[in-house]
Design a protein around this ligand. Sequence first.
Ligand SMILES: Cc1ncc(COP(=O)(O)OP(=O)(O)O)c(N)n1
Ligand SMILES: Cc1ncsc1CCOP(=O)(O)O
Ligand SMILES: [Mg+2]
Length: 547
Amino acid sequence: MSFTLTGSLPHRLSFQFQVPLVTIPKSSCNSIKVMTMATSINNDGDTSNPRKNIPHVLTVAGSDSGAGAGIQADLKACGALGVYCSTVITAVTAQNTIGVQGVHPVPESFVYEQLTSVLSDMQVDVVKTGMLPSIGVVKLLCQSLKEFPVQALVVDPVMISTSGDILADPSILIAFREELLPMADIVTPNLKEASALLGGMQLETIADMCSAAKSIHKLGPRCVLVKGGDLPAPVDAIDIFFDGEHCHELRASRIKTHNTHGTGCTLASCIAAELAKGSLMLPAVQVAKHFVETALDYSKDIEIGSGPQGPFDHFSKLRRSIYNSSVRRGFDPNDLLLYAITDSGMNKKWTRSITDAVKAAIEGGATIVQLREKDADTREFVELAKSCVEICRAHGVPLLINDRVDVALACNADGVHVGQSDMSPRIVRALLGSEKIIGVSCKTPEQALQAWADGADYIGCGGVFPTSTKANNITIGLSGLKTVCSASKLPVVAIGGINNGNARSVMEIGTPNLRGVAVVSALFDREFVSSETRKLHSVLMDVVSNK
Ligand SMILES: Cc1ncc(COP(=O)(O)OP(=O)(O)O)c(N)n1
Ligand SMILES: Cc1ncsc1CCOP(=O)(O)O
Ligand SMILES: [Mg+2]
């Protein structure tokens, strides 16, 4: 069902909105995405120039001068996920990697003025809250949200900074419990905040987190995410998500780094950004966790400031997606970590399209994709490749074509993978130019050196284990892989019979230029591609973060 609003704008434009009406039950824990399409119509009635609404998150939080957390983290997280972010600043803090040196709350009346300015004019989809320094600010925010309802409210109940500094008056708990949480679609406390919301309850185990999530849910939010980052040294970063019915245990690899300042703000902003794009709640939380895990991994060695907790880089993934620009991007060997190679036979068997298979692999954490479509007609292959290039580019994941330089040129793929009996990499380089990625299959040190001399960017080495995906392929074992890696001047990705049961043994052969695993059947000869990819990704992240 929809209704039409018409009105007029200044100058020569009039506008028309199609507004679908939806009713979402409170217990569904889904995002409430009401899509609006504004179409500008000129005086001739021409509708050829539609105005698009960009998903929009408003963050109501404090400014962090060091830009690792707070408003600055929220802006970066939303920007990295392609979502517009407006800001209402509740306090200005002087802080750096050492701690918080000062807090200057913005007068409550001026917080309200900012809220009114944004909400009365802009089409905000989701509001995300961070530092709310006083009861007065919480009350004014709730009042504004009643006056200008939005589709979802994400509450990060910031009370104490990770350096131990107090960021909100302790009396704020009453306002959280009585006013804000009943309006929230999700609240994302860490262990200390969950304990404070529940009057000091001890939280030491996953079972404790689950019962805390259930108790916080009784305060009114649709969903609760209790973050277990402070649990005593578990292997994974474990969070508990409660949707009013089930407790889900969400795991991500625990990255060894001191650059963790702003992870809470970033996680909540990513959830808000995904909800603004129309995602359901659980997938939004999963994407947010994956974003934080990847950003921490990419930033684990950066050095900003001299204190114990540094910020991380929100844009690592975005930078990887600037393939279309004229700037030479260079091949990033980190991209080889989880190399997903398609197989049309397998995807046909599980009745899914190649594009859906590629989307699912990326969702699960694939870091590079190769289209290996041995049976496709050329025309069909080019069309498929164009769609996959679009999908991969939107996610900052490089897309390579197996064997077919012509198809790679036609779809402007990021590169080509060739074997010993395919076109020589030297000719491929001459055809593709210096910007594109070229991979070469090698089983021996001699082949590896030749590939380097021919201008390859990486080596695909295998089959490491027996496989039925490629007929008559000689198996070289872990020792053959080690021999090639040791002789190679190039980064190497291992291939052949690799799955989440043996990937660790491959990655632990002890040669630093082995950068990942390439897999076909372990992802695509399975019913659920994204969860299989996620499992393998988790094994790989575990290995690399412990190196
Ligand atoms: C990453 C990666 N490594 C090796 C191969 C195998 O390539 P090739 O030897 O040309 O065999 P086909 O895949 O063409 O059958 C690969 N495709 N990708
Ligand atoms: C293309 C290729 N090249 C060497 S082994 C192989 C097949 C890898 O497939 P799987 O991951 O299913 O063993
Ligand atoms: Mg080949």
